[in-house]
Design a protein around this ligand. Sequence first.
Ligand SMILES: NC(=O)C1=CN([C@@H]2O[C@H](COP(=O)(O)OP(=O)(O)OC[C@H]3O[C@@H](n4cnc5c(N)ncnc54)[C@H](OP(=O)(O)O)[C@@H]3O)[C@@H](O)[C@H]2O)C=CC1
Ligand SMILES: O=CC(=O)O
Length: 324
Amino acid sequence: MKPSIILYKALPDDLLARLETHFTVTQVANLKPETVQQHAEAFANAQGLLGSSQTVDSALLEKMPQLRATSTISVGYDNFDVDALNARKIALMHTPTVLTETVADTIMALVLSSARRVVDVAERVKAGEWTKSIGPDWFGIDVHHKTMGIVGMGRIGLALAQRAHCGFGMPILYHARRQHAEAEERFQARHCDLETVLQESDFVCVVLPLTEETQHLIGKAQFAMMKKSAIFINAGRGPVVDEAALIEALQNGEIHAAGLDVFEQEPLPADSPLLSLPNVVALPHIGSATHETRYNMAACAVDNLIDALNGKVEQNCVNPQVVR
Ligand SMILES: NC(=O)C1=CN([C@@H]2O[C@H](COP(=O)(O)OP(=O)(O)OC[C@H]3O[C@@H](n4cnc5c(N)ncnc54)[C@H](OP(=O)(O)O)[C@@H]3O)[C@@H](O)[C@H]2O)C=CC1
Ligand SMILES: O=CC(=O)O
């Protein structure tokens, strides 16, 4: 008999078919308690769980006594209670690498659009305000050859460093827990403490995972350290930044502008002050959102679940050490 799994995200037809050759699939809209209750038997029998962007906590795991593997269509896994998974020796699979280049492209898009005011001035053109040759009130600031500060020099940080250094001639400062030889050799990146990155960078790009250590790592004191001309980018996770402090820093002119793909609350509430600040580019968490990359992530997650339920956790497993 094929193992049963719960799928909580729509998949392209060919990937759903691949999943169904290996498993009996119950597809649900979400992992809310009422959904779990409605499909109680399927959850009780499921050995696998596949989807994205939903909380997987101990309350859910209690309803899934047979669960052996979870597979998220994302690289970030802060929405999972990893300790609870570890306690039950449940594998957690994720999709690093396949999205790295696309996310780095998104971050460069935020850098360029914040600095050159692409969104702001395009809206002015559409509003019919381009009636004569433009003046300094339409100007932006240069990106090329400015100092790029990267907080989190992992896979995405490295791909960002490549774009910034090789494409835009930017010197790179970075902060991570350890030194990264590849970034230093290929892009002459300089490993610094967080304070130095914040003080010396023209662009501060945060590409950190959300953990107990990184939650609100960037707050009032950190914005105060940045240059008044600095542009702040967050493409890691919203709660890494104290959003109230960011809003204050933008309103008080402590920093020049911000480009944001992630927020403390997503979707961003319609009354967020960020939406009325002209020096903010706010994106709806589109880091990896291209047709190609989202397909590749879903394919990777399907393969990951097939592998994990066959006892193969050498690749893309967050907790291989606990899996039997
Ligand atoms: N906006 C979006 O759509 C997307 C957002 N993301 C986010 O980006 C994150 C990073 O992805 P990826 O680059 O693949 O991950 P990696 O694991 O490759 O890199 C994470 C980096 O963060 C650093 N880091 C972690 N904790 C700390 C800390 N406490 N202090 C300093 N540095 C720290 C790591 O340091 P060290 O090297 O020293 O271990 C590492 O350099 C994801 O976890 C996710 O949250 C990812 C994809 C899309
Ligand atoms: O935010 C997206 C991810 O893959 O993580």
